[in-house]
Structures are given as structure tokens and as C-alpha cells.
Design a protein around this ligand. Structure first.
Ligand SMILES: C[S@@+](CC[C@H](N)C(=O)[O-])C[C@H]1O[C@@H](n2cnc3c(N)ncnc32)[C@H](O)[C@@H]1O
Length: 308
């Protein structure tokens, strides 16, 4: 690690998460995205004897969260891995969940570390893997996809109107030399933007970096699998992993994540399997937005299982 990669992550919507998940003594939290353990520690400290079962793709974050929970005296079972397998982790720990939390995307310490390649603001290798020990890097993905597939990913995952131009720039540049750094990719996007870069409200590379990161980590498919597994557990009354009255909270950071969560929760409510305890999406109060700009795009939705 170099640069500011040691910065810690400030959990978003912390008070709202704790009050809507409403822990009671002896309950179990399944934290699908431990990060640095901020949410998990706050939820565990809000009631007596709360046990945390958690996972994270990033081993460094998992171990930091585990150390934090240990220091706070919280009973916990954590494992490195993808939250698509969270129910199996839960089963292996011999617990069922009273609360489930997924705080999607990446943590500040990951984006602030230039060596992880998430940031267009600092030079680093084009990596972007949440689990830096496995899978395809952003550089390999960019080298291997056809121009058409690149454009499709940038358009769909980044909602980028200039996707075709950006993909064309990338394709012509990589024919000359490989694109291996964040700086190279950011410069190409800026070139594709041309004069529009001056009037763009956000950095021109914002959407492209988001798109590539989502593709590298297959983030939308993982979210959909988690939603499908939650849905199945509620429909089947599978109390071995979701206990009666379980609360499920998901924090999304862009509409591609928030839309499937909203649709899934709405259909569970329509089926009478859950009630909407957050009354739609909760957003950060102005005071939190001033303190932590990252929370401006956060949307928290929470439902409670009606199974008893
Ligand atoms: C926004 S941070 C969570 C921060 C955490 N709530 C806290 O308070 O510190 C998101 C975390 O989820 C992890 N992550 C993202 N997708 C994942 C997945 N499919 N499975 C497991 N972990 C994932 C990332 O590595 C990152 O550490």
C-alpha cells in the first residue's frame, strides 16, 4: 500500500441502519460486506450479546473488521468470500440471521489506495478487483473485450452517453500499446470527451471507471444472486438461515444497484412476505452529507420478514 490507502472508511447512514435493523439481545447479524466493520460494530454495540457473522471479498478488510469486533468484545465469525455464499457461511457458523446488511460497492480505504487501481485521480495499475488475489484485472478486461462489448459495458454499467466514443478511443490506443494504468485510461476518456470535459459536472472518467469496476467484480450479478437467495428463503420460510421477523437492509450507491433492490423488496411486500420498515429509500441527512460526501448517493432500504 502507498499514498492514502491507509485511510479508514466512514460507515454511511450509521444511525439509520442501527435504528432500522433494531438489534435486540442475543440476535445474529449477517454482514455481507464487512468492510472495516463500522456498521457491524455499531449494530453489535447497540444491544447485548449480538453475534456477527460476516464476509468480505477483500481479505484485508475482513481481517480489519474481525480485529475491530474482537477489540469490542463482540462474538463473531468472519470469512473472506463473496456474499453470494453468505447463507453457507451462516450455516457453517451454526447461526441463522435476525438481521442482514449489505452495504454495496467499495470502501474508502480501497479507493484511496492507488495500488488497487479504483481511482482516476491517482496513478496506479488498472486492477480494480475487490479481491486482489483472484479474477480478471481491469487491464486484462480492457485488453480482451471487443470494442462493441466495451461500449456496451460503459453504456450500461456507467450510464455513459459517450460510451461508443470512449470504447473507440480505447480500441485504437490499445492497438498501439497496452492500457495498463489508471492515468492512461482517465486520459483516454478525457480525450473522448474533448471540449465537453470542461463543462462536465463530474470528472469525465467517473462513469467509465464505475462501469469497468462493476464488470471486473461482476457486481450486479452478485447483487441479483443475493436478492434471489433472500427471496427464496422468505418464500420457503427457510428459518435455518433467515429467522422469523428478520430485518434486511441494503445500501445502494447508484441506480443500477438500487433498482433491483427496490423491485425485489416491493415484490416481497406485495406477496405479504415482508413489510417495508424504511418507507422506501432513506437518504443521508444534510449534516452527514456535509461531513462525508460519499454518502450523498447512498440509498438505504430495509424490510422485515412477516414470517413468524
Ligand atoms: C461500502 S464497503 C462496506 C463498509 C462497511 N459497512 C463498514 O462499515 O466498514 C463495501 C465492502 O463490500 C465488499 N464487497 C463488495 N462486493 C462484495 C461481494 N460480492 N461479496 C463480499 N464482499 C463484497 C468490498 O470489498 C468492501 O469492503
Amino acid at each position: 500500500m502507498r499514498g492514502s490507502g491507509d485511510s479508514d472508511h466512514v460507515p454511511v447512514l450509521l444511525e439509520e441502519v442501527v435504528s432500522l435493523l433494531a438489534p435486540t439481545p442475543g440476535e445474529t447479524l449477517l454482514d455481507c460486506t464487512l468492510g472495516r466493520g463500522g456498521h457491524a460494530a455499531a449494530i453489535a454495540s447497540a444491544s447485548r450479546d449480538v453475534c456477527v457473522v460476516g464476509t468480505d471479498l477483500d481479505e484485508d478488510n475482513r481481517s480489519a473488521a474481525s480485529a475491530r469486533l474482537a477489540a469490542a468484545g463482540v462474538t463473531h465469525h468472519t470469512r473472506q468470500g463473496n456474499f453470494v455464499r453468505a447463507p453457507e457461511f451462516l450455516q457453517a457458523s451454526g447461526r441463522a440471521a435476525d438481521m442482514v446488511l449489505a452495504d454495496l460497492g467499495f470502501a474508502s480505504n480501497q479507493v484511496d489506495d492507488p495500488d488497487r487501481g479504483f481511482s482516476f485521480l491517482e496513478e496506479g495499475p488498472l486492477d480494480m478487483r475487490l479481491d486482489p488475489t483472484s479474477g480478471t484485472t481491469a487491464a486484462s478486461l480492457i485488453a480482451s473485450l471487443s470494442e462493441r462489448d466495451l461500449a456496451e459495458i460503459i453504456r450500461h454499467h456507467g450510464e455513459e452517453p459517450l460510451a461508443a466514443r470512449i470504447a473507440q478511443k480505447i480500441a485504437s490506443e490499445r492497438a498501439r500499446s497496452p492500457i495498463e494504468t489508471t492515468g492512461q485510461l482517465a486520459a483516454l476518456v478525457r480525450e473522448a470527451y474533448g471540449v465537453r470535459a470542461r463543462t462536465s459536472r463530474q470528472h469525465p472518467a467517473t462513469r467509465t471507471f464505475q462501469a469497468i469496476r462493476i464488470a471486473v467484480n461482476d457486481e450486479l450479478a452478485a447483487l441479483q444472486t443475493l436478492l434471489d437467495r433472500l427471496t427464496r428463503a422468505l418464500r420457503n420460510g427457510d428459518v435455518a438461515w433467515l429467522r422469523p421477523g428478520a430485518r434486511i437492509g441494503i445500501i445502494a450507491f447508484h441506480s443500477l444497484e438500487d433498482r433491483p433492490v427496490k423491485q425485489c423488496f416491493a415484490s416481497l411486500v406485495r406477496e405479504g412476505l415482508a413489510v417495508d420498515v424504511s418507507s422506501g429509500a432513506v437518504q443521508a441527512r444534510q449534516e452527514e452529507q456535509d461531513r462525508n460526501p460519499r454518502c450523498r448517493s447512498a440509498r438505504l432500504r430495509v424490510i422485515r420478514s412477516t414470517i413468524d
